[in-house]
Design a binder for this molecule. Structure first.
Ligand SMILES: C[S@@+](CC[C@H](N)C(=O)[O-])C[C@H]1O[C@@H](n2cnc3c(N)ncnc32)[C@H](O)[C@@H]1O
Length: 383
């Protein structure tokens, strides 16, 4: 496909998303109908779509409309590319722009320029103060690719050498001693022998730092209560060098975890009904995902005040339930990939006011300015 044809395909996918289709589904449907597209085409189209999803409001403002065509025009203007090289009307390219389309569009302002929903801009300013703008700006750009070195099978230097031999260049990242930032060959990672044999896992650096912050001790009984795909379960098992139990309200989300654990040489047991007492329970709760909107930008546009309120209730409910699983002297670790106070510090304050006999021994925010996604972790101890 020509570069112009890829933009035309992106415009078609964006129209489906505008009509309410999830981005992944719209991309898959397009790929099924377009067998002529190769893997490089599909990757380029996906990049266009996600770049625009991150900048959904500003591209619409600059392009003068919410159609895929207008958003592509907005994105080209935003990145200083000449629309005349894309709207060429030949082959599979988009039709040339009309005079009306050329005259449309305005420079985005305020929340539009920061690509935030209006209702959340005030919350950002209130919660993040002088970091609000920089955080919103960081969420408008692609995230770096990070790997977690699996300490059960290798060390960071050896993993780096193995990846380099397969054309993947990496650099250690200061936020976690298990983290490598991929500087070249990111698309090749999942095909490498190093990945297939469990030397490394794809995992954001701040997500790794959350696990580093947990009070781990040899032989402790440990539960990951919201295990999902198991990213943190595996990191925990590697740090602990021992077994970890994994639970999720939706067990289907853990369906790949046994295979992933096998590949990583980690001991993970899936539990339907956890029975305490545990020495450590990690709750990586469902949240707005506002710290990782650059990886999952649709979440930014789908979040509503009602949905956020429902999420904070779920989070408080999980904390209250899980408290009963932690033994005396044990710890409850609460984590989110959110930058919002109502899902972070306010949840901890609420828990402490409902549960006398618990103290908060650690509370850390990882900001996007530290390189990874925005994360929060608190450690609560039962005294
Ligand atoms: C943020 S995700 C977990 C991500 C995972 N820890 C990781 O690192 O890959 C939150 C998980 O919580 C699960 N969940 C939602 N409500 C829950 C509940 N009431 N109890 C337990 N898990 C719940 C969801 O199914 C989802 O898999």
């Amino acid at each position: 496909m020509t570069p112009a044809a890829r933009w035309a395909a992106a415009a078609a996918v964006l129209d489906q998303i505008e009509a309410g289709e999830p981005a992944e589904k719209a991309l898959t449907t397009w790929a099924r109908k377009s067998r002529f597209a190769g893997s490089k085409d599909r990757a380029a189209i996906r990049d266009h779509v996600y770049d625009i999803l991150r900048c959904w409001r500003s591209t619409a403002a600059l392009g003068g409309g919410t159609s895929g065509r207008a958003r592509v025009l907005g994105r080209l203007r935003q990145t200083g590319q000449d629309p005349a090289t894309v709207f060429i009307g030949e082959g599979y390219a988009l039709d040339p722009l009309s005079d009306e389309e050329l005259a449309a569009g305005h420079a985005p302002d305020g929340a539009e320029a920061l690509d935030l929903p209006d209702w959340i801009q005030g919350i950002f300013v209130n919660d993040l103060a002088d970091k609000a703008e920089a955080t919103a700006e960081a969420l408008r750009h692609r995230a770096q690719v990070f790997l977690r070195v699996n300490l059960l099978t290798t060390d960071r230097n050896s993993a780096q050498t193995a990846l380099q031999a397969e054309g993947v260049e990496t650099a250690p990242h200061p936020l976690s001693d298990t983290a490598l930032e991929v500087t070249e060959g990111a698309r090749r990672v999942s095909q490498t022998e190093a990945f297939r044999t469990g030397l490394v896992e794809l995992q954001d650096v701040a997500s790794q730092a959350v696990v580093d912050a947990l009070p781990l001790k040899d032989g402790m009984r440990c539960l990951d209560y919201c295990a999902g795909g198991g990213g943190k379960t595996l990191a925990l098992a590697a740090r602990l060098r021992g077994p970890v139990e994994a639970h999720d309200a939706d067990p289907r989300r853990m369906s790949d975890l046994p295979d992933r654990a096998l590949r990583a040489g980690a001991s993970v047991r899936l539990v339907d009904r956890p029975k305490g007492p545990y020495d450590l329970v990690l709750c990586d709760v469902p949240c707005s995902g506002s710290g990782s909107w650059r990886r999952a930008p649709e979440g930014k546009w789908r979040l509503t005040p009602d949905r956020l309120a429902a999420l904070t209730q779920t989070q408080a409910g999980i904390l209250d339930r899980v408290a009963g699983l932690v033994g005396l002297g044990g710890a409850l670790a609460y984590a989110t990939c959110s930058v919002l106070n109502c899902e972070n510090e306010a949840q901890i304050d609420g828990f402490l006011s409902r549960h006398p006999g618990w103290v908060c021994t650690k509370q850390t925010r990882f900001g996007l300015d530290q390189g990874g996604d925005g994360f929060f972790v608190a450690v609560l101890t039962r005294t």
